[in-house]
Every structure is written in structure tokens, then in C-alpha cells.
Ligand binder design. Structure first.
Ligand code: FES
Ligand code: FES
Length: 149
């Protein structure tokens, strides 16, 4: 698998999810395990630029694909505009959902689903925040979308 621009060779049982491969085998623990059944979005990563819930896909299905995790967004000390906006707008409290929120937001902006706050809410609805930081998350996505346009 190519993860954050680096090729990782792994021998995995077919039942290993992409989430477990990332966290347990490759050591990329930025991607979080919340529900482990597709409901919370904490495990969101990008595969070939599309957001997916990594707990719902098997690692072997991603052979040859380009995977981006939250660790792959910053360029050295320069944070991605979405990461910057989450800090600026206080888009988190405990931070557990944040990597998934950020990955989802990157794709949401790329997809062009940021025309209004309602549209952002709708297209970010697969990511749950138990601390209920939703207004701040929407503000952060709105700001990052502006910066990236
Ligand atoms: Fe994958 Fe909750 S851990 S959706
Ligand atoms: Fe705590 Fe979202 S910041 S779950």
C-alpha cells in the first residue's frame, strides 16, 4: 500500500481492516477507532482522494491504492489549511473525532460541497462529534474552503 506517499509492504491476513493495518501494523495511530462499524467517522481516511471509513474496508482491497491519513496532510511544520482552521476556530474539544473530521473536511472541500453551512453540515454528517463541536467545525470548514479556493 502507498500511504502518505510512502510504499508500505505488509503481509496481512485477509480479514484485517485498513484501520487495524494502519494503527496496529504500520503505527499510524492518528486514524482513530471509535465504533469499528461504520457509524462514527473517526476512522476516515482518503483512498485515491475519496473519503472512506477505514474500519469498513479490508486492507487487502487497498493494494496499489493511494492512501492519505491525517499524518500525511502537513508539509513539515506547515499545517494543511484545514488543520490550521480547526485550531483557529477551536473545532475540537477532546480531539478524538478530529482526525476523521479533518480528513472528511479535506474531501468535502475538494468535492465542492461547501456552498453553505447547511451543505457543509450535510456532507460532514458522517462524522460524529460526541463533544458536540459542530458549530466550530462548520466554521473551520467554511474558512478552510475560502482559503483553498
Ligand atoms: Fe470507523 Fe467508527 S471507527 S466509522
Ligand atoms: Fe471530542 Fe469530537 S472533539 S468527540
Amino acid at each position: 500500500m502507498k500511504i502518505n506517499g510512502r510504499v508500505h509492504e505488509q503481509t496481512l491476513e485477509p480479514r484485517v481492516t485498513l484501520l487495524d493495518a494502519l494503527r496496529e501494523r504500520i503505527g499510524l495511530t492518528g486514524t482513530k477507532k471509535g465504533c469499528d462499524r461504520g457509524e462514527c467517522g473517526a476512522c476516515t481516511v482518503l483512498v485515491d482522494g475519496r473519503r472512506i471509513k477505514s474500519c469498513l474496508t479490508l486492507a487487502i482491497m487497498q493494494e496499489g491504492h493511494d492512501i492519505t491519513t491525517v499524518e500525511g496532510l502537513a508539509r513539515g511544520d506547515d499545517l494543511h489549511p484545514v488543520q490550521d482552521a480547526f485550531i483557529q476556530y477551536d473545532g475540537f474539544q477532546c480531539g478524538f473525532c478530529t482526525p476523521g473530521q479533518i480528513m472528511s473536511a479535506v474531501a468535502c472541500i475538494d468535492e465542492g460541497h461547501t456552498g453553505s453551512d447547511d451543505e457543509i453540515r450535510d456532507w460532514m454528517s458522517g462524522n460524529i462529534c460526541r463533544c458536540s463541536c459542530y458549530p466550530n467545525i462548520v466554521a473551520a470548514v467554511r474558512q478552510a474552503a475560502r482559503e483553498m479556493s
